[in-house]
Design a protein around this ligand. Structure first.
Ligand code: FES
Ligand code: FE
Length: 390
């Protein structure tokens, strides 16, 4: 375990602020629909986006639709068992193919407008009078494919014509945080079963949620249950500030539960060195992975507008724990409370982003300095230059 600090990148010109402070983004970054449109284009539609849990589509014909940037993406399980992703747009006159968020078809996907019909691999297989149009290539007029990769038991999609390296941009986030990819893969997340899923509709810009997750300056104020389990969080030092560092459970704490009572057996593959520790990983732009010895919590954010973000949070346990019918309430309750406490704080902050008091932003204290690196990354992606020039 190393304790190398992740070096923060200041986004403001030094000299204007006391040395212990650096500037945040100005308020309009959280309220301007045009900035959000740029984020949809440059981030959510260009990077790998964690769309669904693979096991949500248990059998061929099951589908889910998800909002990725400005697009609706349709993910199905094919006859041969693979996941496929398409733009949810009929190639005829553009009607949305699947209107439901989730469902199941027997064999084919049929457009409800003029009945063009596609198989689960996206190929056009039938349409009224299609036999009279032998020149129509059924693959060419099939659904538009979207790149898809599976990792940690989730399907990640990318709308870019040339997707960035999955290894560098997605798996690389775990390496940057934990030091190596094995440290996350040891948890065998892809083999875990869903214990609980809660969807939160948060009235806040997605960046407020990311920034909040990246710091622990707020932990002592709003997370009494979490700081009881992880006493070092009461000091305000986010675990993610140090490569490879996991916050250690308090001495009296038996498990990662709302009252510190016993959890479940350590997951196979989690070694002594990762026992009794909590690790948090941010995979930009919209995923948080939380690792504890007996379960894994995965947050996927779906930014819907500049001031609304849907967060789907999964609690994943070993299949034996689920099959045993064990009571998971205390285990789930801890991070559910953390989520509610965090999202309340984000919702309290969102309205103030349009206040004149925040026109040129706020400040980051030293324990939050690494959020400056997130702002720097964002402004570079948006090509809007440094926040200081805004
Ligand atoms: Fe889908 Fe016409 S728009 S069949
Ligand atoms: Fe928090």
């Amino acid at each position: 375990m190393t304790t190398t600090p992740v070096s923060p990148t200041p986004v403001s010109a030094p000299g204007q602020l006391p040395p212990s402070l650096i500037a945040t983004l100005p308020g309009h970054y959280y309220t301007d629909p045009e900035i959000f449109r740029q984020e949809q284009e440059r981030l959510f539609e260009s990077m790998w986006f964690c769309a669904i849990r693979s096991a949500d589509l248990a059998k061929p014909g099951a589908f889910r639709t998800v909002q990725v940037g400005r697009e609706s993406v349709l993910i199905t399980r094919s006859r041969t068992g693979e996941l496929r992703a398409f733009l949810n747009v009929c190639r005829h006159r553009g009607a949305r193919l699947c209107l439901e968020e989730a469902g199941e078809v027997r064999r084919n996907l049929q457009c409800p407008y003029h009945a063009w019909t596609y198989d689960l691999d996206g190929k056009l297989i039938a349409a009224p009078n299609l036999v009279k149009m032998p020149d129509v290539d059924r693959t060419e007029y099939g659904l538009v494919k979207v790149a898809l990769r599976e990792w940690l038991g989730y399907a990640w999609v990318c709308l870019a014509d040339e997707p960035p390296s999955f290894e560098e941009t997605v798996m690389g986030a775990a390496v940057e945080r934990l030091g190596n990819v094995a440290a996350i893969e040891h948890y065998g997340t892809e083999n875990l079963a869903l214990g609980k899923r809660i969807t939160y509709d948060v009235k806040a810009n997605w960046k407020l949620i990311v920034e909040n997750f990246m710091e622990c300056y707020h932990c002592a104020t709003i997370h009494p249950e979490l700081t009881d389990v992880l006493p070092e969080f009461a000091d305000g030092y986010a675990a993610q500030y140090y490569v490879g560092h996991g916050a250690e459970f308090g001495e009296e704490v038996k498990g990662f539960t709302v009252d510190g009572s016993e959890g479940f057996a350590r997951l196979d593959g989690v070694g002594e060195d990762q026992d009794r520790r909590y690790y948090a990983i941010t995979v930009k732009p919209q995923v948080f992975v939380n690792l504890v010895p007996d379960h894994v919590i995965v947050h996927r954010m779906f930014p819907m507008s500049h001031d609304r973000t849907v967060v789907e949070c999964d609690w994943l346990y070993s299949p034996q724990v689920i099959e045993s019918g064990a009571d998971m309430a205390k285990s789930v309750e801890l991070f559910h409370r953390v989520n509610v406490q965090d999202f309340d704080a984000c919702e309290r902050t969102q309205p103030a982003m349009s206040s004149r008091a925040y026109r040129s932003g706020g400040v980051l204290v030293p324990t939050e300095h690494h959020i400056g690196a997130f702002h720097h990354w964002l402004t570079e992606k948006l090509d809007t230059g440094s926040a200081a020039q805004m």
